[in-house]
Design a protein around this ligand. Structure first.
Ligand SMILES: [Zn+2]
Length: 360
């Protein structure tokens, strides 16, 4: 699952997404489902005879939904899960009759060109590099004329395609496989799968796409505190050691529940190099004492000084692609203002120790 999808799912659970973001989430979830299904098919056909990785980025240039190395070739399988009929005619792509502005076949062609160039750079110049566009949604049709360079495969033909690839790779038997005459990549049974895969993985990189950074509108909407990952319930019973949901599917140590929430918020703050205890206290909605959070942070994250304050390094930090100074200031300011009010309430509350046990 991509970082972008993880962030959107976390925000969705906490009710913080805009309409547009909800739409994006649905699209990414469908893609994720397509990838998972395709992976299952590859594993069922090839078993242990291939090396396969899901959702790989190479050199921040090429995204492979599924990167497969057989004894005959390297395959980049691009999974599509379109909610509509797809047609490709004379180099133009249509989705339910209307032409797509971003043509997935041409985009895939560009990505394959880059992949071949990258493979050449890492010493795989004599290894066949191949690709397929695979349309997985069973409810819609795919029709493609001969003008495409890369094969497009509809769901009904996926298994046949994989079986052909396995046969070509000598599947199971001591086949002839691929014989390039190269001493480095070839073995008598075809490509040295692990060697080829390890060469490709020297190019592995982060995704080119950034998850949406947390903005003020998210902060205003977001549900804070611990919640049940199983049913989404926001009213968990929190005792001294255990967090429990009335649905019966979630019972976990308090330490683990808080640690998971801490990691979630750190991931959402991926444009921020450091984390402050006060921010996490805010995120947990005042349900967990600062000392408890601080201990978890000290145990798991690296401490660093920021002026007079001790802060923690955010392991999810990823340098943003734009200037984000103003956003960071706005966010810090928002959290600070809202924490102050919350702290005031707490101080005027009758008994602060009741807080933990009173919650339902
Ligand atoms: Zn629940």
């Amino acid at each position: 699952m991509s970082g972008e999808l993880k962030c959107l799912l976390a925000l969705e659970r906490r009710g913080a997404l805009s309409e547009d973001e909800l739409f994006l989430l649905q699209r990414l979830e469908a893609g994720d489902r397509g990838e998972a299904e395709l992976l299952a098919m590859v594993e069922s056909v090839f078993g242990e005879e291939v090396w396969v990785r899901r959702n790989v980025w190479l050199d921040r240039q090429v995204e492979c939904d599924l990167l497969v190395v057989t004894r005959a070739r390297v395959l980049n399988l691009n999974a599509k899960f379109y909610q509509g009929n797809f047609r490709y005619v004379d180099g133009k792509a249509f989705f339910n009759q209307s032409e797509l502005r971003s043509n997935p076949v041409l985009a895939f062609q560009r990505s394959m060109d880059r992949l071949r160039e990258l493979a050449r750079r890492c010493g795989l110049e004599d290894v066949p590099i191949d690709g397929r566009l695979v349309f997985l949604n069973p409810d819609y049709s795919v029709s493609v004329d001969g003008s495409n360079v890369w094969p497009c495969v509809g769901r009904a033909d996926v298994l046949k395609m994989l079986q052909d690839l396995r046969a070509e790779a000598g599947g199971g038997r001591l086949g002839t496989g691929y014989n390039s005459g190269s001493r480095r990549t070839g073995t008598p049974r075809g490509l040295d799968i692990n060697w080829v895969a390890s060469r490709l993985m020297t190019l592995e990189s982060e995704s080119k796409y950034w998850a949406a950074p947390l903005n003020l509108s998210h902060l205003q909407k977001i549900y804070r505190g611990l919640l049940c990952p199983s049913c989404g319930n926001r009213h968990l019973s929190v005792s001294q050691r255990v967090v429990e949901c009335a649905c019966g599917h979630y019972r976990i140590s308090k330490e683990q529940a808080v640690w998971e929430a801490v990691q979630e918020f750190a991931m959402l703050l991926h444009d921020q190099p450091v984390l402050r205890t006060s921010e996490l206290e805010w995120y947990l909605g005042g349900e967990v004492r600062r000392g408890f959070i601080l201990n978890i942070l000290k145990e798991n994250f690296e401490m660093t000084r920021l002026g007079r304050f001790t802060v923690f390094q955010n392991p999810f930090y990823r340098e943003p692609r734009e200037n984000c100074v103003q956003r960071l200031i706005d966010r810090e300011d928002y959290i600070k203002r809202n924490s102050t009010i919350q702290n005031m309430n707490r101080i005027t509350g009758a008994n602060k120790y009741n807080k933990q046990t009173k919650r339902k």
